[in-house]
Write a protein that binds this ligand. Structure first.
Ligand code: SF4
Length: 268
């Protein structure tokens, strides 16, 4: 049974397909709802606060302003299902917001925001990469002091071990290629700003490396197309299963994927 091929992919859907094809099908083809998680919602809150900070005049980007932006972000997101759907006690909410504040404060240990010249915040891009159509939202695109483009991505989860850093840069490297396709200029640098530690993982780009990113993206696009034609999305168990919303439908945990697909069919 063939399955319709998605119109586009994104760095996060690519990562999901590579880590577990079945979870990819549930999330990006069948679009099954996923439970909100405190970690992801905290990331959303901190990203919004830093976006608001960057919307200020450069000289106004102080720690106090960032904390005020965090309060504003909290109010803006109060009715969002990713927050209303969290089942937290009062103590857990207090810890949640205290952690968010720590992350915002630690951002200032990574860079001086008054020196940043953003040219795009939460920038939605669509680009054609070889045979693939890729969409994504870039946290921040800016020009450095030398006038070169830089792609920055805030991270609220733990920084990877140095052995896994290049793997974690795959998403921002693809963003750099999308910027090149869209604006005709390859960013000079990509960076992951890990707020917990805090640590910045920075990498220079090159035309050769961008071509490699393009080839890998096409390979994933083709693999997704083949999986759709064959109707074959296998589960791939890993430690990520601990956070997976689809365990109840997963054969690795005694579930039946068809029960999820029946749910989707009933909703149509
Ligand atoms: S529980 Fe694990 S193997 Fe099953 S769908 Fe989720 S990530 Fe894949």
């Amino acid at each position: 049974m063939s399955i319709p091929i998605p119109k586009s992919i994104s760095p996060s859907s690519i990562s999901q397909f590579q880590s577990c094809p079945l979870a990819f099908r549930f999330a990006y083809i069948e679009r099954l709802p996923q439970d909100p998680s405190p970690a992801a919602s905290k990331g959303t809150l901190v990203h919004r606060a830093l976006e608001l900070l960057m919307q200020r005049e450069a000289t106004e980007r102080t720690v106090e302003a960032a904390l005020a932006d965090l309060v504003l972000a909290r109010a803006q997101l109060a009715d969002d299902p990713d927050f209303t759907g969290l089942d937290l006690t009062d103590e857990e909410w207090t810890a949640f917001h205290a952690d968010a504040e720590v992350l915002v404060r630690r951002y200032f240990d990574l860079e001086d925001p008054t020196t940043i010249e953003p040219i795009g915040l939460e920038l939605k891009l669509e680009a054609t990469v070889g045979r693939a159509t890729v969409r994504g939202i870039i946290d921040r695109l800016e020009r450095d002091a030398a006038g070169r483009l830089v792609v920055s991505d805030y991270k609220t989860g733990r920084a990877p071990h140095p052995n896994y850093q290049s793997q974690r840069l795959a998403g921002v490297n693809l963003y750099a290629l999308m910027v090149a396709e869209h604006y005709g200029e390859l960013p000079a640098r990509v960076q992951l700003l890990h707020l917990q530690e805090p640590v910045a993982i920075v990498a220079e780009t090159s035309e050769q490396q961008a071509r490699g990113v393009g080839r890998k993206t096409e390979a994933v696009w083709d693999a997704i197309g083949t999986a759709c034609q064959r109707g074959e999305f296998r589960p791939k168990a890993s430690k990520l299963c601990d956070w997976c919303s689809f365990r109840a439908y997963c054969p690795e945990f005694g579930g039946d994927p068809q029960t999820a697909l029946d749910l989707v069919a009933r909703d149509d």
